[in-house]
Design a protein around this ligand. Structure first.
Ligand code: ADP
Length: 267
């Protein structure tokens, strides 16, 4: 199988066996107050430094899982372990404050945490540079493209130096070229900042390109149907998307996704 391996994922897996997970769900279920059972008996472990993607039909509970992990909603059964002190989160929408400049948006979470102004300014400068927005510090969100807004959102979360990062379909609304460029940037950040990541997407190709494992969820109530290992090492090159082994894995995932939808319709 063709790979762009720079490090051996199997060796990494072996080295990680004894570490405690960065994120762990054990028999987690979630029922909303109106009675909707969103998740059922979810078991999932993400090891430090792993980057995984969640795919599944719309409404299967992917966002709910990320919200539980980040403490935005509470699960109703089971155990969840996540280091929330150091958690970063980006949503589908960049959720910027329109009246604040790029710099002031990036400083927002640091302000809320009480960082002193000089420290905020230094970190904001670093993170704005990291996401490629130097020179745009004084611009307001209305003057930024969709891709630039997502970069501001990423910089704002990165400012707190998270080691665990949740991506809730962050690039779904962007055009393909911008999405692919931001995929590269997130992978560069992943390599540089040693993040542990959970990435939610509707795109199978994006899931495979970004992650070391792709987790397939069933229709609601979401449970984990299967975890697929992605055999390509990091760093990844854009050409990987045209590799026959890459297409074959996307085909396998697409068939598994269709199958889980059909199976749930038979129930
Ligand atoms: P996904 O991210 O996979 O599209 P979500 O996690 O957003 O799915 O939602 C899972 C299910 O829970 C969906 O059926 C959704 O309609 C339902 N849901 C989400 N939020 C609430 C809520 N506050 N109250 C009741 N049901 C909800």
């Amino acid at each position: 199988m063709t790979t762009t391996t720079a490090k051996d994922p199997a060796a990494d897996d072996a080295a990680r066996q004894d570490d405690p997970p960065a994120i762990a769900f054990e028999q987690v279920s979630m029922r909303f107050p109106d009675g909707t059972l969103a998740l059922r008996d979810v078991n999932l472990k993400v090891m430090p430094g792993e980057f995984i993607s969640l795919i599944g039909p719309s409404g299967c509970g992917k966002s709910t899982l990320l919200k539980i992990a980040s403490g935005l909603v509470s699960h109703t059964q089971g155990d969840v372990w996540v280091d929330r002190e150091n958690l970063g989160y980006t949503f589908q929408d960049a959720t910027l404050m329109p009246w604040r400049s790029v710099r002031d948006n990036v400083e927002l979470l640091m302000e809320l945490r009480g960082y002193p102004p000089a420290r905020r300014a230094r970190i904001a400068r670093e993170k704005i540079e990291l996401v490629g927005l130097s020179g745009f510090e004084d611009h307001y969100p209305a003057r930024l493209s969709g891709g630039m807004k997502m970069r501001v959102s990423l910089a704002r979360s990165l400012a707190l130096n998270p080691n665990v990062f949740m991506f809730d379909e962050p690039f779904g609304a962007l055009d393909e070229i911008t999405r692919e460029r931001l995929n590269e940037e997130v992978l560069t950040l992943y390599g540089r900042e040693k993040l542990t990541g959970i990435f939610v997407t509707h795109s199978i190709a994006e899931a495979v390109y970004m992650s070391g494992k792709v987790v397939l969820m069933s229709p609601r109530p979401g449970r984990i149907v299967e975890v697929f290992d992605v055999p390509f090492g990091y760093p990844r090159r854009p050409e990987l998307r045209y590799d026959p082994a890459f297409s074959a894995l996307c085909g396998t995932l697409s068939a598994a996704l269709r199958q889980t939808i059909e199976d749930s319709q038979d129930d």
